[in-house]
Design a protein around this ligand. Structure first.
Ligand SMILES: [Zn+2]
Ligand SMILES: [Zn+2]
Length: 138
C-alpha cells in the first residue's frame, strides 16, 4: 500500500508506505493551535516508510519531547514527531486520498470541544495513552 502526500502548494511531496501503526485523533490545545482546527488526526508510520520526494519540511520544536513539521511556503501542517521514537505521524490532510485511513483512538478528550461528538466504540483517553482509556471497563 502506498499513499501520495503533500502540502497545499506542492513544494513538499512525499510517499507513505504500508498500513499505519495507529491513527490518533488528538484534542489537545497544541494540536488545535498547530492545525488551526477543532482537532488533529494523524496516522503513524515507521520513519523509514515515509519517503520524501520533493522539498523538506521546516521543523518547529513544539515541546522538549516532540517537533512538528510544516511547509515553510504555504504553512500546511504535515508531521508530528516524538524525538525518542522511530515513528512519525503524518497529518491526514496531507494525504491526496485520505478516505481510506480510519482513526483508532482519541487523545486528550478532556480538552475536546463541547459540540464535537466522538465515536465511543474507540478508546477515549482523558489525556495521552499513558493511562487506560476512560471508557474502558475493568
Ligand atoms: Zn507548501
Ligand atoms: Zn495533540
Amino acid at each position: 500500500m502506498k499513499h501520495k502526500c503533500g502540502c497545499a502548494c506542492g513544494a513538499i511531496r512525499f510517499e507513505v508506505r504500508g498500513a499505519p501503526l495507529n491513527a490518533a485523533i488528538c484534542h489537545c490545545s497544541q494540536c488545535k493551535k498547530i492545525t488551526g482546527s477543532p482537532m488533529f488526526m494523524a496516522p503513524a508510520f515507521k520513519k523509514a516508510d515515509v519517503v520524501m520526494e520533493r522539498g523538506e519540511p521546516k521543523w518547529f520544536e513544539s515541546s522538549d519531547i516532540a517537533k512538528r513539521g510544516f511547509c515553510e511556503n504555504c504553512g500546511s501542517s504535515l508531521f508530528f514527531k516524538f524525538n525518542n521514537t522511530d515513528t512519525i505521524d503524518v497529518l491526514i490532510g496531507a494525504f491526496d486520498n485520505p478516505g481510506g485511513i480510519q482513526p483508532t483512538d482519541h487523545l486528550w478528550v478532556s480538552n475536546k470541544l463541547p459540540w464535537l461528538d466522538v465515536d465511543e466504540s474507540m478508546p477515549l483517553y482523558q489525556t495521552d495513552r499513558s493511562k487506560k482509556p476512560m471508557n474502558q471497563k475493568d
